[in-house]
Design a binder for this molecule. Structure first.
Ligand code: NDP
Length: 334
């Protein structure tokens, strides 16, 4: 079976030479284990942090060892009750063609006609849960809120913006990195306003898109975006601090918002969160977002790259903005 290993730690943006495609022998599944053939795997921004040395909220990847991360696989051999060959499961052993794992670490997923299976890595998986929890539980979205989402054409951002609209936001503004993405936000995803963050000062663009200010900021980017949002937030405004992708490839200290002091006078709440602490909300999210998808009220966009050998480039390109919606790698024929 083939797997992708980390052979060196990136300094700045990752490059293909940081990765290696290698052959490995798989053990036969023991009692309680399953052998799965992976069909799809996820590439995510947090993996960049795990390529650095040193502990964060997840342990770092080890040099010379396979990477891991969210994946969907088909059970080939089962030595565990409750799982049979042909079942499709979500698990954490991506970046490889086959995996042998403890069945307790695999979650069966259903297939919905007309919806790609990879939705379980996106809108109906960790990505959807991040948007849902960040918006509703962390930032406490209220009906009538003016909402700003950065990274809005990406996996989490595209869902956060749509969920905000479906939950009664009065205006949803997004920022993203290309004119095509802006068109997508306005024409396909129902954003009320959107701007390309390369087009001038973010604060000015945001003021034009939300002239009366914003109540809620869903932060995927950090840095200048967070600074602009703090400037635009109204009294009692709330920020879900989801990520700060503008800093992930930095090799030194990065500029933070120099106007954080405004949080006092504006009585702001800025709250960070990690989606894995909120798995109890998965059933609620799947019920609600699943219904919106079936009813055609929420658009699930993805960018699909084929083949394990292309997974490193898919990851590198995702950090560079090549994706619209969720970036996934297809490994099997589904
Ligand atoms: P995306 O699908 O949004 O992909 C990353 C996107 O980031 C790119 O497409 C690119 O789009 C954008 N980007 C890259 N560099 C910059 C930059 N310097 N400034 C602005 N935008 C940039 O990834 P996800 O949806 O998976 O993740 C989005 C955010 O959510 C990340 O910060 C991630 O770390 C965070 N996250 C947090 C979780 C949590 O539990 N707190 C869980 C999951 C994700 P563009 O063309 O617009 O630049």
């Amino acid at each position: 079976s083939r797997e992708v290993r980390l052979v060196s730690r990136p300094s700045g943006p990752p490059v293909p030479e940081n990765f290696e495609l290698a052959e490995t022998d798989l053990p036969a599944p023991a009692d309680g284990e399953i052998l799965v053939r992976n069909l799809f795997m996820s590439v995510d921004p947090y993996m960049r942090g795990r390529m650095n040395e040193g502990e964060s909220y997840v342990p770092p990847f080890r040099i010379g060892e396979p990477l891991d991360g969210g994946a969907l696989g088909e059970v080939v051999v089962s030595r565990a009750p409750g799982l049979s060959p042909g079942d499709v499961v979500y698990h954490g052993y991506g970046w490889r063609e086959y995996a042998v794992l403890d069945a307790a670490r695999a979650r069966p997923v259903g297939e919905t006609p007309g919806v790609p299976l990879s939705v379980h890595l996106g809108a109906l998986g960790a990505t959807g849960l991040t948007a849902y929890v960040g918006l509703l539980d962390i930032a406490g979205l209220k009906e009538g809120d003016v909402v700003f989402v950065s990274g809005a054409a990406g996996a989490v951002g595209s869902l956060a913006g749509q969920i905000a609209r479906l939950k009664g936001a009065s205006r949803v503004v997004g920022s993203a990195g290309s004119p095509e993405k802006i068109t997508h936000l306005l024409d396909d995803l129902g954003f009320d306003a959107a701007f390309d963050y390369h087009d001038g000062a973010i604060g000015e663009r945001l003021a034009r898109a939300a002239p009366d200010g914003i109540d809620l900021y869903f932060d995927n980017v950090g840095g200048d975006h967070l600074r602009a949002a703090i400037g635009a937030l109204r009294t009692y405004g709330r920020v879900a601090m989801c990520g700060a992708i503008s800093a992930y490839n930095a090799t030194g200290p990065v500029p933070g918002p120099d106007n954080l002091g405004l949080a006092v006078g504006k009585r702001l709440t800025l709250r960070g969160f990690i989606v894995s602490d909120h798995l109890d909300r998965m059933p609620d999210m799947v019920a609600e977002v699943g219904a919106w998808i079936r009813e055609g009220r929420l658009v699930f966009t993805e960018t699909v790259v084929n083949g394990l050998e292309n997974a490193p480039m898919a990851f590198i390109d995702m950090l560079g903005g090549a994706n619209t919606g969720k970036m996934v790698v297809r490994l099997g024929n589904r």
